[in-house]
Write a protein that binds this ligand. Structure first.
Ligand code: C2E
Ligand code: MN
Ligand code: MN
Length: 421
């Protein structure tokens, strides 16, 4: 299938003109052999390349580029089927400072071209007839954004490379954990639900932002198997009342940190005084409202937006914090955010997964960081599993991190945080 793949990367430092020339010549030769056309743009230490051709040729080449030591931080922006090539007549050429991309005639690469920047070269190309067909093309917008510095500032801002052991070199963080003793476990009320706890770590300030309480069955079963035993108002009442058990366990664990509590939005509406019930349950075990963060998603349609808005106001008036959970997962989306600006926004793990090599996910995270900054909302990334994701997120300004990389949830225990571990 004919497709187009666009990636950006950062060149190793000190890439010489000769080396660049070599890349361009080899690329032109190899790509014409395997039927790949496109464009290689080099600007201030960063590459953007458009590859078009059969997937059977493009994908092995892309794998090869990812292994090539002259490229770092290779990030895929677009990979999709196309109906026809944009650069058919053109082969594969280089657009770079001091290089004549040559518009007509044979696809001969690299000739000295004064001192024009890649941007100027690019502009000159676009005003030629040879590129009239790209006027409303997505590839042109992406190239424009790159040469105007958007993608390339971003590529350069990414960490140059994860340290050899995959962990940051300095900035130690050690926060001990603690677990309920067998005696304390047995002392819990018979029918009370159990909770596992997982830290959300604030790496900017080197502290626990909060522990998230995650519902568990008697043998550690996952939340949905517990919640599925209920429907309608009974579900919402159980959800609401279970938070007292979460706070009671957290109190026994002796934590001074905040506690994040998951709630279905409707659980805040099940009784008129639902929010006050939470405040009272907290007070009973020494949890002031300012140590409570309520995490809601849009998983469940909010049936009565006016009552929900009133409940959110009560949450605020009581001094609790509000977080939108699983942002970007499909159900917790912009409409919730348009109506209720939370104190925290948790980026869903489907966006976090492999973010270090995925251009669209990076653009989404950058946009979230930007609007959250403007609205004074703190951003949390959840489901961080690898050091590469961690480093990329931190370089993009996300400092609150939750995920298996830092600590897995533990039943009736606050897991220790040891970073770098
Ligand atoms: P959530 O609020 O997004 O909680 C995070 C979930 O992601 C937890 O799953 C946690 O174990 C998991 N997780 C954390 N780090 C990682 C990671 O690095 N990789 C992966 N793959 N997973 C990670 P869990 O405990 O199974 O909870 C699932 C969902 O159940 C929660 O998602 C939350 O929406 C819901 N839930 C949990 N407790 C309650 C509760 O008391 N009430 C309600 N209504 N829902 C709850
Ligand atoms: Mn949650
Ligand atoms: Mn979540």
């Amino acid at each position: 299938m004919l497709s187009q793949l666009i990636y950006t990367s950062q060149a190793i430092s000190g890439l010489t003109d000769a080396c660049l020339q070599d890349i361009a010549v080899t690329a032109a030769r190899f790509n014409s052999m395997v039927g790949i056309s496109g464009l290689l743009v080099f600007d201030e230490g960063c590459f953007l390349q458009v590859l078009e051709g059969d997937d059977a040729a493009i994908l092995p080449l892309y794998q090869h580029i990812k292994q090539d030591r002259r490229h770092r931080n290779v990030v895929k922006l677009i990979h999709e089927p196309i109906a026809k090539r944009r650069f058919a007549k053109w082969g594969m050429r280089l657009v770079a400072e001091g290089v004549d991309p040559g518009v007509d005639g044979e696809p001969t690469p690299v000739q000295p071209y004064g001192s024009a920047s890649a941007l100027e070269n690019w502009r000159e190309l676009f005003i030629t007839d040879a590129f009239a067909h790209l006027t409303e093309d997505r590839v042109r917008t992406v190239l424009d954004a790159f040469t105007r510095g958007r993608w390339h500032q971003r590529t350069a801002a990414a960490p140059s490379a994860a340290p050899a052991n995959g962990r940051p070199e300095s900035g130690e963080l050690f926060i001990p954990g603690c677990a309920l003793s067998d005696e304390q476990r047995q002392g819990l009320p018979q029918q009370a639900p159990l909770f596992a706890f997982q830290p959300i770590v604030d790496f900017e300030n080197g502290r626990i932002s909060s522990y998230e309480a995650l519902l568990r069955g008697p043998a550690g079963e996952p939340p949905h198997s517990v919640l599925n035993a209920f429907t309608g108002a009974a579900l919402h009442r159980f959800d609401l009342h279970s938070k007292a058990a979460a706070m009671a366990i957290a109190r026994q664990l002796g934590s001074e940190a905040r506690l994040s509590l998951n709630l279905l939005p409707e659980s805040l509406l099940v009784d008129d005084d639902a929010v006050d019930q939470l405040v009272r349950a907290g007070a009973a075990c020494g949890f002031s409202p300012d140590r409570m963060v309520l995490e809601v998603t849009e998983e469940e349609a909010i049936t009565d937006p006016e009552r929900f808005a009133a409940a959110v106001n009560r949450v605020r008036a009581a001094g609790m914090r509000l977080a939108i959970d699983d942002f970007g997962a499909g159900y917790a989306g912009l409409s919730l955010l348009a109506d209720f600006q939370p104190d925290k926004l948790k980026i869903d793990r489907c966006i976090v997964h492999n973010v270090h090599e995925n251009g669209p996910r990076q653009a989404i995270v950058r946009a979230i960081v930007e609007f959250c900054y403007c609205l004074g909302i703190s951003v949390v990334a959840e489901g961080v599993e690898t050091a590469e994701e961690f480093h990329w997120l931190r370089s993009a300004g996300v400092h609150r991190i939750q995920g298996y990389l830092i600590a897995r949830p533990q039943l009736c225990a606050l897991p220790p945080v040891c970073w770098p571990g």
